[in-house]
Design a protein around this ligand. Structure first.
Ligand SMILES: *Cc1c(COP(=O)(O)O)cnc(C)c1O
Length: 364
């Protein structure tokens, strides 16, 4: 059950990121769902978001009865491109939902300006970006609400858990009531609600993690720096670059294999044989996922290319310098053995573009 530990975690997390309120829930997906509800997003509304994210981002939009509208990403940050977001926003657009992917903050200056011009609410998916900053301000505190996940792979965990951050008293009150069956106090109901509560057991884990979060993030940043130094100059590989205004917390250290999907997959196979873990986040942009699929004449070429090229290398706080050096050696080994992969970016496959145009499936 939810008790004093949950309250303590909420207070601690609010001061860590610098928000007025924090409301803990059972997981990050429900945190997104609840943040959208609290901002009045529901049936018939459109929510502009990125196609290059974990499926939970779009599932939460669908779960409140709204429809995701995708805008392509910025090739350098993998995050929603503010100009493209503004371009697809229309009359029925209720919210923009940027995702601070891999721990990299989105360009919140441009996004907040774009949203303000059209009076659109911003809800941030900071599920991978606890403590990341844009212009010195923590992500998750720019929009009307910001959302975090405490899943075990995230920068901090509660086992399973989620958090909504907001400076808005009404949004906070809505979230607190809704997560507890709409109750103001026992058996006094202000509204419809559900059980989205976090338990004190999970919050206790979170409190121990929160004390170490700054240190975890520091270790991730140090590991990223070591990888970047060790992988500098590998032809065919594009390393992550952090914009000057951003503080990245490296939930993932994601490189691009410029030769494309085949070479990327071969590198991953090579690493697997050498006992080096790696991951592809994400192999399929969300506009191609069957239950979400949306019709898009030109597709989302930047997101599609990213899905072909990305590979995330080990970067978590538990790694030693020796292990990171080993990762880099094994990556270099692959490009030496496969000169065909050590090339610049290839032109897009024409058949991919054609398939997109022929795609007559109706979107949701
Ligand atoms: C992890 C994650 C979520 C969902 O969080 P859960 O706690 O797993 O429900 C949402 N969005 C993004 C971008 C995530 O990485």
């Amino acid at each position: 059950m939810q008790g004093a530990k949950v309250q303590e975690l909420e207070g601690g997390f609010a001061s860590f990121i610098g928000s007025k309120h924090c409301i803990a829930v059972a997981n990050g997906t429900l945190a997104l769902d609840l943040a959208l509800r609290a901002c009045g997003v529901g049936a018939g509304d459109l929510v502009v978001t990125t196609p290059f994210t974990f499926v939970a981002t779009a599932n939460a939009i669908l779960h409140v009865g709204a429809t995701p509208v995708f805008a392509d990403i910025d090739p350098d940050t993998f995050c929603l491109d503010p100009k493209k977001a503004l371009k697809v926003a229309g009359k029925r657009t209720k919210a923009i939902l940027p995702v601070h992917l891999f721990g990299m903050p989105c360009d919140m200056t441009a996004l907040m300006e774009a949203a303000a011009a059209d009076k659109i609410t911003v809800v941030e998916d900071a599920a991978q970006a606890h403590g990341a900053k844009w212009g010195g301000k923590a992500v998750g505190t720019f929009g009307k609400a910001g959302v975090f996940s405490f899943y075990p792979t995230k920068n901090m965990t509660t086992g399973e858990g989620g958090m909504i951050a907001t400076d808005d008293d009404e949004v906070a009150e809505f979230c607190r009531q809704f997560r507890n069956q709409g109750q103001v106090s026992k058996y006094e109901y202000a509204r419809f609600g559900m059980n989205y509560r976090m338990t004190d057991i999970h919050a206790a884990i979170g409190l121990a993690q929160l004390r170490r979060l700054a240190q975890f993030n520091e270790a991730r940043r140090r590991n990223a720096l070591l990888l970047t130094e060790a992988l500098q100059g590998v032809k065919g590989l594009q390393l992550p670059e952090v914009p000057p205004n951003a503080e990245h917390v490296f939930h993932q250290y994601t490189v691009r294999v410029l030769a494309g999907r085949e070479a990327r997959d071969a590198l991953q196979e090579h690493l697997k044989r050498e006992d080096v873990a790696s991951g592809v986040y994400y192999p399929m942009p969300l506009h191609k996922v069957p239950h979400i699929r949306v019709r898009a004449k030109r597709g989302y070429p930047v997101a599609e290319r990213a899905a072909d090229e990305v590979l995330s290398l080990p970067c978590h706080p538990g790694l030693t310098g020796r292990e990171l050096a080993h990762v880099a050696v094994k990556v270099r080994e692959f490009f030496t053995a496969h000169p065909e992969a050590a090339v610049g970016r290839q032109p897009p496959r024409p058949e991919a573009a054609e398939a997109e145009d022929d795609d007559g499936d109706q979107g949701s």
